[in-house]
Design a binder for this molecule. Structure first.
Ligand code: SF4
Length: 197
């Protein structure tokens, strides 16, 4: 096994098994958490904890207002987390210059990429991206991104990681052999997971 660092991918912390959700739970995605770190190095990011919302915390939702889409506390809509989430997303997007993919938690008002409900007058009106995810997408156009809900089959996982490896080769054409070796290791690993009893 190589000692070289794995290709860096940012991920919503709760998908790695960190108990950072509003209710103190996680949404661990087993298939990812067992990938060896010398193939893929995950960078966990939880914007809501990072801006000091705490665990547990009152849940928020996206609401369409006259000032645009806001992240408001569900049981107290006077409390807005819009600006801190946007500011943190912009900061992290700037800091994460060396990531080659981002796996986001679906439906989250912070982390969803196309599945997060936006409410108007108390009713779900349409779906949009979470406020943190939107900053990442704006500052990293072309970055392979995905929600965990479309990483449920071997084919989906392989397809996403092949996008990641391709993107990393475009950005850093320094050592294509290493990337090919890492991709082969990853495929080998994934086949082992799928075939294990
Ligand atoms: S979805 Fe995002 S904000 Fe919510 S717990 Fe997971 S990482 Fe934190």
């Amino acid at each position: 096994m190589s000692n070289s660092p794995g290709i860096k991918i940012a991920i919503s912390s709760c998908l790695l098994g960190e108990k950072v959700r509003y209710d103190g739970t996680d949404k661990k995605l087993d298939i990812l958490t067992r990938i060896p770190g010398d193939i893929i190095t995950f960078i966990p990011v939880c914007p809501e904890v990072a801006i000091g919302m705490g665990i547990p915390r009152p849940p928020i939702q996206l609401v369409e207002t006259s000032e645009g889409i806001q992240a408001l506390q569900i049981d107290d809509p006077d409390k807005s987390f819009t600006e801190p989430l946007q500011a943190y997303g912009a900061k992290i997007a700037n800091e994460l210059k060396d990531i080659f993919g981002y796996i986001f938690k679906a439906r989250s008002p912070s982390c969803g990429i196309n599945s997060t409900p936006v409410f108007r007058s108390g009713e779900e009106h349409h779906k949009d991206a979470g406020l943190h995810a939107k900053q990442i997408m704006q500052q990293h156009p072309g970055l392979p991104i995905i929600e965990e809900t479309t990483l449920t089959t071997l084919e989906q996982v392989q397809d996403f990681f092949s996008q990641v490896f391709k993107y990393s080769q475009q950005k850093h054409a320094t050592d294509p052999d290493l990337h090919e070796k890492q991709q082969n290791q990853l495929n080998h690993y994934l086949m082992g997971v799928i075939n294990s009893p």
